[in-house]
Design a protein around this ligand. Structure first.
Ligand code: ATP
Length: 283
């Protein structure tokens, strides 16, 4: 079976506070886009779990989130794992704030479930996914959703009106644990209007969503990294983006466009910066 694992963007991302269990309470609007990894699952007769990817630096053992997801699925089903080859063709940049690994895990949960006759409900798959990572439950669901708690309390939202998305991932990576550690001591200059963005989604108002986009982790970036993300956002806005923000803990920044021509112009301008650029659409 071949399945696609879609990247996610944060239209808004707010950190509400630190919890007694050490995690942070978040409130964010998540959106799937058609930038995707392709995952192939094939039963094997040797009875082993084998995973391989086109990126040499990713784990090819049970540390890969896709393998972890398959093991959790068999565990939840209460039967011993069958032999399975998982092959991942990565297109989503790694450590970029787009939940690439979580999306691979979610896609494996959905695919295995389908291969085994839809044994578990989506809600059950999301619960299994939460054991693999906080973003996995959202990736099981996909589309447009409000995520709260650790990111695993999900409320489906009306879809973001169709638009073009231009993304730029600078050449550096950001450590997610380091940024979470820093966010508690940073004075946040601005908070996203998530409630207003939900109302705009309910009204089908793309402009209203775009102008409310914000991610509090932008304030926690080291200065030289923040200025790089701001450069990208400025180019996107100058080219006609309706709004621009950073996704997850970064460093990928993106803009929403209602004009394909403006989106392509932004893509060309961003190609001059070092990093990876993508033109995508919402799913
Ligand atoms: P998030 O937005 O959820 O914080 P991210 O985009 O920052 O995610 P990922 O690309 O999902 O980060 O992966 C981060 C880590 O997970 C890397 O250290 C990587 O080695 C590990 N990993 C394990 N399995 C995978 C996979 N299938 N794809 C990508 N990364 C994986």
């Amino acid at each position: 079976m071949e399945v696609r694992a879609y990247a996610k963007l944060n239209l808004t991302l707010d950190v509400l506070g630190k919890r007694p269990d050490g995690y942070h309470d978040l409130r964010m609007i998540m959106q799937s886009i058609d930038l995707a990894d392709t995952i192939t699952l094939e039963e094997n007769s040797i009875g082993a779990l084998q995973v391989r990817t086109n990126l040499h630096f990713l784990p090819d053992n049970e540390k890969n989130l896709a393998s972890q997801a398959s093991l959790r699925w068999w565990e939840a089903k209460g039967v011993p794992p069958r032999g399975l080859n998982i092959s991942i063709d990565k297109k989503i940049p790694v450590c970029a704030g787009m939940a690439g690994g979580s999306s691979d895990a979610a896609a494996v949960l959905r695919a295995l479930n389908q291969m085994e006759g839809d044994a578990l409900s989506l809600r059950e798959l999301a619960k299994i996914g939460a054991q693999v990572g906080s973003d996995v439950p959202y990736c099981v669901l996909g589309g447009t959703a409000l995520a709260e708690g650790r990111g695993d309390l999900l409320t489906p939202l009306p879809p973001l009106p169709k638009c073009w998305v231009v993304l730029c991932k600078p050449e550096f990576s950001i450590s997610t644990p380091a940024l979470f550690a820093k966010i508690d001591s940073v004075r946040l200059r601005c908070r996203p209007d998530t409630q207003g963005a939900v109302a705009a989604l309910e009204a089908g108002d793309l402009h209203g969503v775009a102008r409310r986009m914000y991610n509090v982790f932008e304030d926690a970036l080291p200065d030289h990294r923040r200025s790089r993300v701001n450069d990208i956002k400025n180019i996107l806005i100058q080219c006609g983006a309706l709004g621009a923000s950073m996704s997850g803990t970064g460093p990928t920044a993106f803009g929403l466009f209602d004009s394909e021509g403006c989106a392509r112009e932004a893509l060309e301008q961003l190609r001059d910066l070092s990093g990876e650029v993508f033109l995508s659409q919402t799913v």
